[in-house]
Design a protein around this ligand. Structure first.
Ligand SMILES: [Zn+2]
Length: 605
């Protein structure tokens, strides 16, 4: 190989804070971690191929300039890896911490999904403001094409920077990635879908935090009996919950609690129960998201405990702490991959928790058929069942999984190669097979995305798939919806009528005033319409044959219930033209979360 063509390393190591500056080592230094991120030649900013750090503070109008990051881990100031408390005030370090965690999260998604993942907007680079405003707040904004991290005064005159919190950075990055992969999950739908964005971002953030051995080992050391070995009773699920989930919430410190700790503590305190989802308190989306977090994290603790029990010697009474931590991290990593892959198997509209569970089970089964080591699928099903969440589907050979698409599809007129990347070709496939796929006539159909993927299992097994998403929309009058079996809430229909007759009366009045009364009757009024949405994902195997079709019927039985919920939650309104869905739903949702946190506004979303 000639000079200049030496292949560049794929990753580089960067020092970050393991969780946040309040989690210290026994000697008082901040607990740090070294993480591997995709290697690239960064411009000062730092600006890379997917992320652009802009150290601008909108509250003070101050720009701190472009930070040139160290080119390698060896080049970093010694204080960084040492966890010198002074780094909490080092803005160059802030830039590295935010950049590295955003890139690590992106790389985690790209690895799990087996393809590149874009942002939800046209620009290639996500803007990241590490100290973007003075507020106990951090948020993802589609409009601003980026993440904004706030800072605020903490106890004793110390400033708290949300960009230094591992779970906050990963949480916000997950919102950005989820929005890119499932753009319609921000639309008003079921309470589950509204809850999912928040709960899912928490799940990925927590699993990311718990995939760091040093941090888990440190939390275990602080728990009861925490020395370099642990007694059997300290590695049971309940005990691990106390030391790991609560341990983390406690260690976050008072300041960070306002933003994150309270939500984490609440999720971890939700005991298994069949009725949570019907409890009025948990109809409210941000509380409902905590049930998803509780179900995944309790399944994680059970899988961890079972693994430790299965791996120990018959008479063994004590466990080596480091080994316990390593097992936990391996499981956290595998679970994060499972839940990221699950996105490809989730319906593009109207998600419910049971759909998310079946998607996770199926995605994992396809890419990682042998689950004998961690038994993640069994533990997820058991834990979700304990919280009253049943999978949306099941089959004999694989409990909880989506059923294979049984219909014999017509592939005659489509080209397999084009179907891997071309929306028109996928639309052609849909069109030719519209009856077999139960697509509804009278609804507009659009293919949203087509994505070829190569997923790698932990054993090196690779799976080639193509994932296509489509959605359907129909805008119909109350009478037309009735013909499709969809009943609108009677109060809403009355409101539509009232809005329409008011408008009609105003028009007639103005026409009369202009002396054209006769014409007013001649112009027929169009009936007010209400849109209903449906859609699905198509998963094709490596030979271009359809394996799974996960979909929500645009005229299905769930629509009546959904519209009733939207009306009662104030998200559906009537106007003379028809339905109006409440805008900025998530902003309102987060205000409620903030009220739950009591002291500070929490995050945007
Ligand atoms: Zn959020």
């Amino acid at each position: 190989m000639s000079e200049g063509t030496t292949p560049l390393p794929a990753t580089r190591r960067m020092t970050v804070i393991a969780q946040d500056p309040s989690i210290r080592r026994p000697d008082g230094r901040i607990l740090m971690a070294a993480i591997d991120v995709p290697a690239e030649d960064l411009m000062p900013g730092p600006i890379g191929y997917r992320v652009q750090v802009v150290d601008y503070d909108a509250s003070t109008g101050r720009y701190r300039g472009a930070h040139a990051l160290p080119v390698s881990a060896e080049d970093e100031p010694k204080a960084w890896a040492a966890g010198d408390p002074a780094i909490a005030g080092d803005f160059r370090f802030h830039a590295q911490n935010a950049y590295a965690l955003v890139m690590k999260t992106l790389a985690r998604f790209e690895f799990a999904l087996g393809r590149r993942v874009g942002w939800s907007f046209k620009v290639h680079q996500l803007k990241v403001a590490p100290n973007g405003l003075m507020d106990a707040n951090a948020f993802y904004s589609r409009r601003d094409e980026g993440l904004v991290f706030g800072y605020f005064p903490g106890r004793g005159g110390k400033t708290v920077h949300t960009c230094l919190s591992h779970d906050i950075v990963v949480h916000e990055t997950t919102h950005a990635l989820l929005d890119a992969l499932r753009e319609r999950y921000l639309d008003p739908s079921d309470p589950d879908q509204a809850a999912f964005h928040e709960g899912y971002a928490d799940v990925i953030a927590l699993l990311s935090v718990f995939s760091q051995v040093e941090l888990v080992a440190e939390l275990l050391r602080r728990g009861p009996g925490g020395r370099e070995t642990l007694e059997d009773e300290h590695v049971l699920a309940a005990a691990l919950g106390e030391t790991i989930l609560f341990g983390l919430a406690e260690q976050m410190g008072d300041e960070m609690n306002a933003v994150r700790g309270d939500a984490l503590r609440r999720s971890a305190r939700i005991k298994p129960g069949q009725d949570w989802l019907n409890d009025p308190e948990f109809k409210e989306p941000h509380r409902r998201g905590e049930i998803l977090v509780a179900a995944v994290m309790n399944g994680f603790l059970e899988a961890w405990t079972s693994r430790l029990q299965a791996a120990k010697a018959p008479e063994q009474k004590r466990h080596v702490l480091r080994r316990v931590a390593e097992e936990g991290c391996d499981i956290a990593n595998a679970l994060a991959t499972m839940w990221i892959r699950a996105l490809d198997y989730m319906p593009p509209v109207h998600l419910r928790f049971g759909d998310a569970l079946s998607a996770a089970i199926t995605a994992d089964l396809e890419a990682r058929p042998d689950d004998s080591r961690f038994q993640l699928r069994r533990h997820m099903l058991a834990s979700f069942a304990a919280y009253g969440i049943e999978p949306a589907s099941t089959r004999e050979d694989a409990p909880g999984a989506w059923r294979h698409e049984p219909g014999r599809m017509n592939y005659e007129r489509v080209r397999f190669e084009s179907m891997r990347t071309d929306k028109d070709e996928v639309f052609r496939f849909l069109w030719h097979n519209r009856r077999k796929l139960a697509l509804r006539e009278g609804a507009y159909t659009e293919v949203l995305s087509v994505r070829p993927c190569i997923r790698v299992g932990i054993d090196g097994f690779t799976l080639h798939e193509t994932v296509a998403e489509y959605y359907q929309v129909a805008r119909l009058t109350p009478a037309e919806l009735g013909q499709k079996g969809i009943a609108l809430p009677p109060e809403y229909v009355a409101e539509l009528e009232r809005a329409r007759s008011d408008t009609q009366a105003r028009r007639e009045q103005s026409l009369r005033a202009a002396g054209e009364a006769a014409d007013a009757q001649a112009e027929p009024e169009t009936d007010a319409v209400t849109p209903v949405y449906g859609g699905g994902v198509l998963i094709f195997d490596e030979y271009g044959k359809l394996k799974y079709h996960v979909h929500n019927d645009v005229f299905g039985s769930r629509q009546t219930q959904r519209l009733r919920y939207l009306w009662s939650a104030g998200l559906l309104r009537a106007s003379a033209e028809g339905a109006r869905f409440a805008p900025e739903r998530l902003a309102a949702l987060h205000r409620q979360r903030a009220i739950g946190a009591r002291r500070f506004p929490a995050e945007g979303w």
